[in-house]
Design a protein. Structure first.
Length: 154
């Protein structure tokens, strides 16, 4: 069972480490290494952005296993992103994290649709989103990459 909480400023270094993990960069739509000063500005802005939720997940041993960000894009559309700490990949955490985060989000945003865009080569994420109840919509070009588009509704 995972515990979760909203991210806080003290998580800045952890998120910087996660964001620059080579696997994460490879599967992100922007694969460039993130500069620390840019990360600080971005992270502080996201924490203060009322349309953005960032969750940190911990396992039963209180080890931080990953994060999920849900960004509201309009009145009824949001986009979700996930990353798992390198030491905790392959343990099935993604499905549970996605279920917990989306359930929490839908409790206060029941009319929203959550969109997930996944690079075509990122099959592990594709399967995790499917197991978490996301429904495949179509293949499309997103941020210049062939991508799966999934959605989840309450």
């Amino acid at each position: 069972m995972l515990n979760f909480r909203q991210a806080i400023l003290e998580d800045l270094e952890l998120f910087f480490e996660w964001a620059n993990d080579s696997f994460v960069r490879d599967n992100s739509y922007s694969s460039k290494i993130i500069e620390y000063k840019d990360h600080v500005k971005w992270f502080q802005a996201k924490l203060n952005d009322e349309s953005c939720l960032i969750f940190v997940f911990e396992n039963d041993n209180n080890l931080k296993v990953g994060q999920i960000r849900i960004q509201k894009e309009s009145d009824q559309q949001a986009v979700i992103g996930i990353s798992i700490d390198a030491k905790h990949r392959g343990k099935g955490y993604a499905k549970e994290m996605l279920e917990i985060a989306t359930d929490w989000f839908f409790n206060t945003n029941p009319d929203f649709i959550i969109n997930a865009f996944i690079k075509e080569k990122n099959l592990n994420s594709k399967y995790a989103f499917e197991k978490a109840g996301f429904i495949f919509q179509k293949m499309l070009e997103y941020e210049n990459f062939n991508s799966f588009h999934y959605i989840k509704k309450k």
